[in-house]
Design a protein around this ligand. Structure first.
Ligand code: 23J
Ligand code: MN
Length: 263
């Protein structure tokens, strides 16, 4: 089939609803959960602000518009390679220089939501991924891989979303070994439904924050705070995850969209 035929069939399927567009972003606003780092380690990203410029009033009689104060790594967002020191040598590792051809790709949805509910510190291992592949098929080159934890169901309550106690945040994520396994498979990137791509306790892993370190060192992308992965099949959907073209950007909030075949 010609690529023009594929696109015209896609257009027809989108119009008829035969392909459903699932919104994999959470809402972005002052109540969006934001990362809290240990105060001795870092400065935090600021609270999101939405400021009205006008709303059909003296400041703009016919129009409504706002301006935003928002960190790059806020809400459902994209991590570009330059976000981590290991990715700093990629000239194509910023939001404005990366290859957009890579941003639209098949998505493998690894559902470990039950395990994550039972163990908030759940770590995905190579054995988990191999078992998933045996059931659903192999993860391929140029594909997204996302961990379904259903953590988005906590996103309306920052404390529950961050899930921290005196020992740190308790949120699921990948082991360093599984990140390397997926990079070797040729994935474009890894996504999580939690505040970041790494597990809550990943600062103590080797290397620290292995998803950030290893993905970005290898010019791969990260996705955080993804929503509605429970509406996606294990395989068969296409994920569109595109950051704003911020100059020298290290990341960006995104409207993550999944194309899902119906029926
Ligand atoms: C800055 C510092 C540490 C981390 C992060 C950001 C993220 O998770 C992020 O949003 O990329 S772990
Ligand atoms: Mn980030």
């Amino acid at each position: 089939m010609s690529s023009a035929n594929v696109l015209s069939q896609l257009a027809e399927m989108l119009g008829s609803g035969g392909i459903e567009v699932v919104d994999c972003s959470g809402t972005l606003g002052p109540d969006t959960p934001l990362l809290k780092l240990p105060p001795e380690l870092a400065v935090d990203t600021p609270k999101i602000e939405i400021h009205k410029i006008s709303e059909y009033d003296k400041d703009g009689p016919f129009w409504a518009w706002n301006w935003l104060k928002v960190g790059e790594h806020s809400g459902t967002h994209f991590d570009a390679p330059h976000h981590w020191i290991t990715g700093k040598d990629y000239p194509d590792g910023y939001t404005d220089t990366l290859d957009v051809q890579r941003l639209i790709a098949p998505v493998n949805v690894l559902d470990f939501s039950k395990e994550c509910a039972e163990n908030h510190d759940f770590l995905l291992t190579i054995d988990h991924v191999k078992a998933w592949e045996a059931e659903h098929g192999e993860i391929g080159e140029g594909e997204w891989v996302v961990l379904r934890s259903d953590w988005d169901k906590r996103a309306d309550d920052e404390a529950r979303f961050l899930n921290a106690d005196e020992n740190g945040p308790h949120t699921p994520g990948p082991t360093a070994e599984v990140v390397t396994y997926l990079i070797d498979k040729g994935i474009v990137g890894w996504g999580s439904q939690c505040i970041g791509t790494d597990a809550g306790l990943a600062g103590g892993m080797e290397p620290p924050f292995p998803a950030h370190n290893l993905l970005h060192k290898n010019n791969r992308f990260g996705l955080a705070s993804l929503a509605n992965l429970d509406k996606l099949p294990p395989k068969g959907a296409i994920l569109i995850a595109a950051p704003l073209k911020i100059v020298n950007g290290t990341g960006s909030p995104i409207r993550a969209l999944a194309l899902v075949p119906k029926g």
